[in-house]
Design a protein around this ligand. Sequence first.
Ligand SMILES: NC(=O)c1ccc[n+]([C@@H]2O[C@H](COP(=O)([O-])OP(=O)(O)OC[C@H]3O[C@@H](n4cnc5c(N)ncnc54)[C@H](O)[C@@H]3O)[C@@H](O)[C@H]2O)c1
Length: 456
Amino acid sequence: MSTRREFIKQVAVASAALAIGDKLDAMGKKIPVTAPGRVLGANDKVRVAVAGVHNRGRALAMNFAQMTSDCEVVYICDCDSAVVPAAQEACKAASGIEPKYVRDYRELVKMPDIDVIVVAMPDHWHAAAAIMAMENGKHVYLEKPATHTPAENEMVLKAQKKYGKVVQIGTQRRSWPTVREGIEILRNGEYGLGTVSVAKSWYSHPRPSIGKFDPSPVPENLDWELWQGPAPHKTEFKANCLHYNWHWYWDWGTGEALNNGSHFIDVIRWGMGLDDYPTLVNSVGGKYRFVDDDWQTPDYQLITLQYGDRCSVNWEGRSRNHFPTDGLTHGVTFYGEDSCMWFDFRDSYVIRDMKGNVVKEAVGSLPVRVNDTFNPCEALDTIHLKNFLDGIRLGTPLNAPLIEGCKSTQLMQYGNIAQRVGHSLHIDPKTGKILGDSEAMKYWTRKYEKGWMPKV
Ligand SMILES: NC(=O)c1ccc[n+]([C@@H]2O[C@H](COP(=O)([O-])OP(=O)(O)OC[C@H]3O[C@@H](n4cnc5c(N)ncnc54)[C@H](O)[C@@H]3O)[C@@H](O)[C@H]2O)c1
């Protein structure tokens, strides 16, 4: 064990090599900062811009704006001008400051008076937006799923390494206090859990038909070229793709697997310490309800992930069938040796023995308003946002760093690839690469609109 004097000497040597504002990685090595950007101190207010403010982005803008001693929301960006006033008003009501409006994201990233960009645009934009932000010296709060394809996971990680920016993923459960307490218990194998080798997760919803629409003129308030961004540009526009229902079109969305599965598979990875990749991935499912509508992704899907002989885990999505599993519309179950542990939609957990008796449970005091589709976990989200801002100003370790988001996202991306090629995938657990499968590797990346492909 080193003495206090030795410790102080080590810190002094390490500090001598660091400049103010330098960030360290998990191994204590200095992260190179090659992009511009303001160096923030502990008491500086972080200047935040939010891109994509119809739904999630408006909630995040409002939640950041409420944190008046930590940050200011200075810009709102959206290519649909119709959604902007509500977001500006929400920020003004929360902080007294009305953010300025920028329509084109490519202009937003160039603004010098921004420290952070919150990316809450549709999934096909995530990687490109995050890379452009980092390249222009901005830290990024990146909504889940981290990216649209496995190749984009590689790109965003490469960009972070190159530009040295702080990136938090919007898997907010990683900051919820009672969920964190439960994960600690799980990882210690307490209350009869022992070694957990099996876990399942699920999500059910009564989503309606999105209809079968003919092309219609692009609304005047929408810049359709900007909305499509990196995805191949179509001249025709269908009114049932936005807002929100783009999730069910492969060009833009990633289906329920990455929409909600990415949250719950992330809890499984975190709880079981699954840092490597699975060895075998399978997916069954299809589009079974409202078969005549324009929805393209599966509305039922069961993705199974096997980690060699260590464990197997799964995620089941039922987008249009709301029957609960284990009494819950969505959640995670960890099967232990003498007990099982459940996480539901709240900041809570429960452990039951084999007879069904509760051996340990906890529910946090901060609410999740499950019927509020706009801002269900406002107070809990704020903890996640604060952790991000402290990561920038103080170097506090992030609860949901980019690497974790990319790994969890990739698990569900494998599931979608297996579903689309119709066979199991064999994966190298160290590198995450799909083995000997040229058909599946076609989905490793995607087609981009000319001139819009993200570059690092
Ligand atoms: N962490 C969570 O709990 C959570 C919850 C909901 C949504 N999300 C994520 O947030 C993202 C947005 O989801 P949503 O439900 O708000 O979708 P949405 O369709 O309601 O809103 C997306 C917004 O992005 C805008 N947009 C599209 N292209 C843009 C561009 N080039 N520049 C600026 N704005 C652009 C759209 O006009 C729209 O206003 C998704 O990736 C989703 O997965 C996360």
